[in-house]
Design a protein around this ligand. Structure first.
Ligand code: FPP
Length: 243
């Protein structure tokens, strides 16, 4: 279970999670359609993934599409799904060569069939890699994830295979999408918004939160390194007294 522990004091984060926000505002500021912002956002994804691999980050989670993002106009949802298709088709072989293991969290059955196939392929091809884990949160929302875990445990209890008193953090976590992934040490949200928006709510219990003004399409290697530097200066106490 060593892989599931958090980073050590003064060390870089093992798991960085990013709420990529500000694509629309980036486009608006340039008089461009929102789709152009998402396109530039996808380019930023490529660079940040590369940066995290170079910096030896153990796990990177990207919030690509939330369970609430279906409320956007259908054309924008199509644009986002199109970019994801493109990303998976173009990047998987490079990610595989870089020893990256790709994982998806979120509800799959609402996604288009071809996207589900691309996800299965990406996870299958890279399953044996032991470099960085890239987690893509797609149609993901913590409330759904937590409710699904509760349902699963309730079913086991109703069937008599689980005693309610035996439900502890470990048992609960084993029912989450992230059961094989360490909790995030650092959660970055771009664009100046300061909220978690239903992202990794259980897992974020002791994450350091960092809200940066940079819009996601402009987020670059330097911003990533600055965030990691600041993380290393923070005092993480997990409820213990300050030293
Ligand atoms: C938020 O910006 C961004 C998203 C809802 C989607 C993030 C998607 C990408 C970065 C591109 C595709 C992803 C991958 C993994 C290839 P916003 O549209 O809410 O921006 P706004 O708040 O300025 O309007």
């Amino acid at each position: 279970m060593e892989a599931l522990t958090s980073s050590q004091p003064g060390q870089p984060p093992r798991h960085v999670a990013i709420i990529m926000d500000g694509n629309g505002r980036w486009a608006k500021a340039r008089g461009l359609p929102r789709a152009a912002g998402h396109q530039r956002g996808a380019s930023a994804v490529r660079k940040v993934v590369e940066g995290c691999v170079d910096l030896g980050i153990f796990c990177l989670t990207l919030y690509a599409f939330s369970s609430e993002n279906w409320k956007r106009p259908p054309a924008e949802v199509d644009d986002l799904m199109g970019l994801l298709r493109l990303y998976l088709r173009r990047e998987i072989s490079g990610l595989n060569s870089s020893n990256v293991r790709v994982r998806f969290i979120g509800v799959r059955h609402d996604l288009a069939k071809d996207i589900r196939s691309l996800i299965d392929e990406a996870e299958g091809v890279t399953a044996g890699n032991d470099g960085m884990t890239l987690v893509i949160a797609l149609n993901y929302g913590s409330h759904n994830e937590i409710l699904a875990a509760c349902r699963q445990l309730a079913e086991q209890a109703a069937a008599g295979s689980l005693q309610p008193a035996d439900i502890d953090e470990g048992v609960f976590e084993s029912c989450l999408d992230t059961s094989d992934i360490p909790h995030p040490d650092l959660i970055i949200r771009t664009s100046g918004e300061q909220r978690l928006s239903n992202f990794l709510l259980w897992q974020a219990a002791y994450a350091e939160l960092m809200f940066v003004d940079t819009l996601w399409p402009d987020f670059c290697r330097e911003n990533l390194e600055q965030a990691i530097d600041e993380f290393q200066r923070r005092d993480r106490r997990y409820g213990a007294a300050s030293g």
